[in-house]
Design a protein around this ligand. Structure first.
Ligand code: FE2
Length: 424
């Protein structure tokens, strides 16, 4: 039987080279050197790295690309960003949110990201963003998986009516239960919100992903409650703690107890390196804390760590093009994970680990997996992190849905013309 697609001469993410990948009916059917047979389409990877797609573990599609509306964040701080978002919220329409989110999805696809977990702010009686993103999730489903988290941005107990709004959002079909315990009025209320939201998720059979301890306060320890509730409710492997920046500042002895609890609960940790490095440590003079959670220590303890971009051109972050390799490269630098064995793990944090956080089915390069692939203009994971190269082909269910020309510079030195591709 004719194949739909063969990618030839691929270098795989496990290091194997000269591999062919055969695709039929949207699935990978064989991965082997020199596969015989004809296909409707053949792509010569020419030794380039072929990866399963990038996974965005933490994003905000409702606020993205709203930069400057209704004004710029002059200070660049988290608190001014929250104030700005509350000014924009009453003016949101379903069409405006969808239009911006759809545009961001096209940027993500062009960069090889084919799954996005997006928090959606439910602290709005109209639930405009929820409605918009539910429609967008269906509209974009052929090309990109959008998973939505019911996020009570202004606090589950702090914002009047939030419990009802979270429940309504979940009733409408939002996938995951969110929260923001460090933003509640007191530590006790924060812990109570974690307990209530985990119970809600357990009752409905849903996953949990909370903005958790996004602060420099070393005593913000809601992740401890999150781990405890996860085990108590038998939700191991289905709960994520996003940001976890307070862990950067925690006492080392306390962390030596906390990390095993997180591992026991099979929590996923979701740092957002670009945002953490610009928003944390703002009250410090010098030394100024980095605010990224303890990535190497979590990985060493067997905790699943995946990264989020969090924001692109919105009230909190005015930069970005939605490139998960930029996120991974930032993490690599800030966490000082420059060892030869450490760098590839930063690539994994925006691919396989993200798939685990989201609970994606059919993700990977093995036969039987969805034929979702990215061909990068790089030879291996470390080179991909260094170059953040062109995503030559982005393939969804065996169809090419995005292409980018290979990047090469021509340098003229007198009579000599040189081609520069930044490779040794
Ligand atoms: Fe976030």
């Amino acid at each position: 039987m004719t194949l739909d697609l063969i990618v030839r001469g691929a270098t795989l993410t496990d290091g194997r080279t000269g591999m062919d990948i055969a695709v039929r009916d949207g699935k990978i059917v064989e991965v082997a050197p020199s596969i015989d047979g004809a296909a409707t389409r053949e792509i010569d990877a020419a030794g380039c790295l072929v990866s399963p797609p990038f996974v965005e573990s933490h994003f905000h599609l409702d606020s993205t690309l709203s930069l400057g509306q209704p004004r710029m964040n002059r200070s660049g701080t988290l608190l001014e960003g929250i104030q700005l978002w509350s000014e924009l919220k009453p003016h949101l329409t379903v069409d405006s949110v969808k239009e911006r989110a759809r545009r961001l999805c096209t940027w993500a696809i062009a960069r090889g990201t084919l799954a996005i977990r997006s928090h959606v702010d439910v602290c709005d009686q109209r639930l405009i963003a929820v409605e918009a993103l539910l429609e967008l999730r269906e509209e974009m489903a052929p090309w990109i998986d959008v998973q939505l988290v019911a996020f009570p941005q202004d606090g589950y107990f702090r914002f009047a009516g939030a419990p009802d709004l979270v429940a309504r959002a979940l009733d409408k079909g939002v996938d995951v239960v969110g929260g923001i315990p460090h933003f509640e009025r007191t530590m006790e209320e924060g812990a109570r919100s974690v307990r209530a939201l985990c119970a809600l998720a357990a009752e409905r059979g849903l996953r949990v992903d909370m903005h958790c301890d996004e602060t420099d306060d070393p005593l913000s320890r809601h992740v401890e409650t999150l781990a405890f509730e996860t085990v108590r409710l038998g939700m191991e492997g289905r709960v994520a703690g996003s940001h976890l920046t307070s862990m950067h500042s925690m006492d080392n002895y306390y962390v030596s107890k906390l990390v095993p609890l997180m591992a026991e609960a099979e929590l996923s940790a979701v740092p957002n390196p670009l945002i953490n490095i610009v928003l944390q440590g703002r009250h410090d003079t010098y030394p100024k804390r980095r605010g990224l959670t303890r990535v190497p220590e979590l990985l060493a303890a067997g905790v699943n760590v995946s990264f989020g971009h969090d924001c692109v051109m919105d009230p909190w972050y005015s930069l970005g093009t939605h490139d998960m390799l930029e996120v991974a490269a930032m993490a690599l630098h800030v966490a000082q994970m420059t060892g030869q064995d450490e760098m590839p793990r930063m690539f994994d944090a925006v691919t396989v680990n993200g798939a685990r956080t989201l609970g994606l089915d059919g993700y990977g390069l093995e036969p039987g997996c969805n034929a979702d692939l990215v061909i990068l203009q790089a030879a291996n994971k470390i080179e991909a992190l260094r170059l953040r190269p062109a995503r030559l082909f982005v393939i969804r269910r065996g169809e090419v849905i995005a292409e980018t020309a290979a990047s090469r510079s021509r340098v003229q030195l007198g009579d000599r013309e040189l081609t520069v591709d930044f490779k040794l």
